[in-house]
Ligand binder design. Structure first.
Ligand code: NAD
Length: 252
């Protein structure tokens, strides 16, 4: 039974894995047997070390996901080094906070480019390669509670993450017939750089914590099991679904 969850022999790309949830997921995929390709703007020294310690193999492609030449370069370097690709985790993401009334075009475009546009074009390059290989594949997008809720002072983030939920469904509809499963994970409130400003704001932090049934902020390790499940044969008939990993936040 547990063999269904094994990623032995598979190659997984994870964007933005030098820290936070991306690091936790890259390590989890490596521990489940996958060779991991990171896509990062800075050298992910710690992630490389953790994967090595766990007995895994890791390649880093230094790239900005919002650049239009990144998808083809990531796929080329993956194939040159590991010869194939099976899993894509679209994790890289940024957030900008300001009142909607003052929100700038730059803060809109920067967030949409990293959080949504790059996800589409990297997924497209990945799907072309998987179809060429004649194999199956899994895409796991990283959504958010703001794929379901409006949020406050984060207009482009909410738009991008709501877009991820829809794009996950659209790509699943088109590519399920090609053996490519497209799903998403919607993390709740997790203790990473992304939420540092929120956690430093005493009243917002207490408000958030008070509504999480699990009674704690999530940790990168909490997405380990879900990402391995959605990358493995264990989820082969799961298509276009966004799985909340939120300590019960949405159930309130
Ligand atoms: P984080 O800031 O620690 O990680 C973000 C990662 O994306 C980093 O590795 C960063 O270097 C990378 N990145 C950003 N822009 C990039 C670019 N242009 N090119 C390449 N890499 C880039 O925060 P995190 O919480 O680990 O965020 C990971 C994902 O999870 C994001 O998509 C985020 O929106 C999402 N998320 C986080 C939470 C949370 O509570 N922390 C909740 C829901 C969703």
């Amino acid at each position: 039974m547990l063999n269904m969850f094994s990623l032995e022999g598979k190659v997984a790309i994870v964007t933005g894995c030098n820290t936070g949830l991306g690091q936790g997921m890259a390590l989890a995929l490596a521990k489940a047997g996958a060779k991991v390709v990171g896509v990062n703007r800075t050298n992910p020294v710690e992630t490389a070390e953790l994967i090595k310690e766990a007995g895994g193999e890791f390649l880093n492609v230094m790239a900005d996901v919002s650049s239009s030449e990144t998808p083809s370069r990531v796929l080329d370097e993956t194939i040159i080094t590991f010869g194939r690709v099976d899993v894509l985790v679209n994790n890289a993401g940024i957030i900008r906070r300001n009142d909607a009334i003052d929100f700038t075009e730059k803060d809109w475009d920067d967030v949409m480019d990293v959080n949504l546009k790059s996800v589409f074009f990297l997924s497209q390059a990945f799907a072309k390669q998987v179809i060429k290989q004649g194999s199956s594949g899994s895409i796991v997008n990283i959504a958010s509670m703001l794929s379901y809720q409006g949020g406050i002072r984060v207009p482009s983030y909410t738009a991008s993450k709501s877009g991820i939920l829809g794009l996950t469904r659209l790509l699943a509809n088109e590519w399920a017939k090609d053996g490519i499963n497209v799903n998403a994970i919607a993390p709740g409130y997790m203790a990473t750089n992304n939420t540092e400003a929120l956690r430093n704001d005493e009243s917002r932090s207490a408000e958030i914590l008070g509504r999480i049934p699990a009674g704690r902020w999530g940790e990168p390790d909490d997405v380990a099991g879900p990402v391995v499940f959605l990358s493995s044969d264990a989820s082969r008939y799961v298509n276009g679904y966004t799985l909340a990993v939120d300590g019960g936040w949405l159930a309130r």
